[in-house]
Design a protein. Structure first.
Length: 168
């Protein structure tokens, strides 16, 4: 089973350096069109289906349309839910995440206010990994860098406009 990871189109929040937590923010059309550059290579790599979270559905369905393959939204692929921190600047959210990681070493079940706990987040992504492994198809997964790192265990500087392959 092969998964081809692609970062979603840069949303308005991404451009402003803010985090998306529980509500989708749209990507401008010019940013969405940049995904089209990946289509020929994704076809070469044998993409058969696109999966994304409902928060990244705009990018996922755009890619699927251009690849002429089906797309599925999986809630289990949702980005980390910062809860009440939705829309906050990334550096402020990163500070919160660092504080929470210290707490999670003792108890990973403590949630961010109105958001995810480390346990709930990891369980959601583990469910996604299980689904991806079941079918043996070549998936294009449209997810953000933090989710790629958590799913694969690979820490890297993931960039838009690139394709990352993972043999699970």
């Amino acid at each position: 089973m092969k998964v081809l990871f692609v970062l979603p189109a840069e949303s308005i929040y991404d451009q402003q350096g803010r985090v998306m937590a529980w509500k989708s923010t749209p990507a401008p059309k010019d940013k969405l069109r940049q995904l089209k550059d990946l289509v020929p290579r994704l076809k070469e790599l044998g993409a058969q289906k696109v999966v994304c979270s409902d928060l990244d559905g705009q990018s996922g369905f755009f890619l699927a349309r251009n690849l002429q393959v089906p797309c599925e939204e999986w809630k289990s692929l949702r980005r980390f839910n910062y809860g009440k921190w939705h829309g906050q600047k990334k550096d402020k959210a990163q500070t919160l995440l660092t504080e929470m990681k210290a707490k999670w070493e003792k108890n990973p079940d403590i949630p961010i206010q109105s958001g995810d706990s480390w346990t709930s987040f990891k369980n959601r992504l583990a469910a996604s990994a299980g689904k991806l492994k079941k079918n043996g198809a070549t998936y294009v997964a449209v997810v953000s860098p933090f989710e790629i790192e958590t799913l694969t265990g690979v820490k890297s500087n993931f960039e838009r406009g690139r394709i990352y392959a993972w043999d699970a």
